[in-house]
Design a protein around this ligand. Structure first.
Ligand SMILES: [Zn+2]
Length: 389
């Protein structure tokens, strides 16, 4: 299937080449950014697959001195980034191909940042004006090639990196971390198992949904969030049920990029809880958000009724307002096989207070429509653990 109608070059939020088979333009994309020796950063699971072999071969056939770095964990760590920087320098590389799911994209973007800095990674955590410390001229260019549809990190200006020593996820931010060129090729995602398709797709939904509920004035992001959610509504069940449905896969890649574009308006309590839970339990980020979603909606109900009314109308849901959205989220979640409670995905009740305290100060908490205290976050977590809705 070629699906010519979806073959497009877009110019916002960055240069994006969209369409079936467009990974064949990878080497040319590297050249366009001035690379002669790209370092392809991916995770160990993907590194063993033919698609990485093919990408490296394509680059080498085009005369590029391409290298491979794949020592990246599911939740990438500061040490992963340091190792990647060492590989970049040892191989004489001049650019990064960030190729994979959220972890590989985030690690690749952080490596490209850090190859030109004298300060340690945590000095660039997204706090105050830390970003002004970045030596922009030293940053390496990045081509981003997502192989999952969820994080949207290919159009994000930050990387989430786990600080192993402190057991927290830190957001590393600079506006120029937005990859200069993105390739959205749905054929790279057709092999994803249904459960990963579901969890990552629900992450994309959580980005649009939390951005849509953010109290900040940003109508542009609001519009993108609405259509991003509609694409998930229409295409996620198809992508999960029939992994080889290239049209559904392509639309989910777009929905994922849209979610990450929308969340320049901010995220909320789903992510404020998912970040500490991911750091403490090494649980899947998208799956955490998917399980947490209805509990957070209920907790936010008093502040989001007008938004839920708009959303229910745009998605043409049966019924109206908050209940229509909640019913849809619960039905979608069960249709794509997401468990109902956090206890079903290996989270225990040993650290409810600690997670509550971490959620309260998580950067995502700042744009939740209601400002929850640590105790309120703990109570919310307890409901999600026990499945109390
Ligand atoms: Zn997320």
């Amino acid at each position: 299937m070629i699906l010519d109608q979806y073959r497009m070059n877009w110019n916002y939020p960055t240069s994006m080449r969209v369409g079936v088979g467009r990974v064949s333009e990878l080497a040319e994309a590297c050249r366009q950014l001035g690379m002669r020796a790209p370092l392809l950063c991916t995770d160990p699971g993907l590194a063993a697959l033919p698609m990485i072999d093919a990408a490296l071969r394509q680059c080498r056939d085009a005369g590029l001195n391409a290298g491979l770095f794949s020592a990246i964990k599911g939740n990438p760590t500061g040490a992963n980034v340091t190792d990647g920087v060492a590989a970049f320098k040892a191989g004489g590389h001049d650019g990064v191909i960030a190729f994979g799911g959220g972890s590989a994209l985030d690690a690749g973007k952080a490596i490209a940042l850090m190859v030109g800095q004298d300060r340690p990674l945590w000095d660039f955590e997204d706090i105050g004006d830390n970003a002004s410390r970045v030596n922009v001229a030293g940053m390496a260019p990045v081509v981003a090639v997502p192989t999952t549809a969820g994080t949207g990190s290919e159009v994000g200006r930050a990387s989430v990196i786990t600080d192993d020593a402190a057991h927290v996820k830190r957001i590393i931010f600079h506006a120029r971390m937005l990859p200069a060129l993105v390739i959205l090729d749905p054929e790279l995602t057709v092999g994803l198992p249904a459960n990963i398709t579901a969890a990552t797709g629900m992450d994309a939904l959580s980005h649009s949904l939390e951005a849509f509920c953010s109290p900040l004035f940003h109508p542009m992001a609001e519009g993108i969030a609405l259509e991003g959610m509609r694409l998930v509504q229409q295409y996620l069940p198809r992508a999960v049920a029939q992994g080889a449905d290239v049209e559904a896969r392509l639309q989910m890649l777009v929905a994922s990029s849209m979610g990450a574009t929308a969340f320049q308006r901010g995220l909320g309590a789903m992510h404020a809880l998912a970040h500490p839970l991911g750091a403490l339990y090494d649980a899947h980020h998208g799956l955490l958000n998917a399980v947490l979603m209805p509990y957070v909606l209920v907790a936010n109900r008093g502040a989001i009724e007008p938004q839920m009314e708009k959303m229910a109308r745009y998605l043409a849901l049966p019924g109206s307002g908050f209940n229509a959205v909640l019913d849809w989220v619960l039905a979608l979640r069960s249709e794509v096989g997401i468990p109902h409670s956090l206890s079903e995905i290996g989270i225990d009740d040993a650290r409810i207070e600690q997670v509550g305290r971490m959620a309260e100060v998580d950067p995502s908490a700042g744009t939740n429509p209601i400002s929850f205290s640590a105790m309120q976050y703990s109570a919310l977590l307890e409901e999600a653990l026990r499945g109390m809705l």
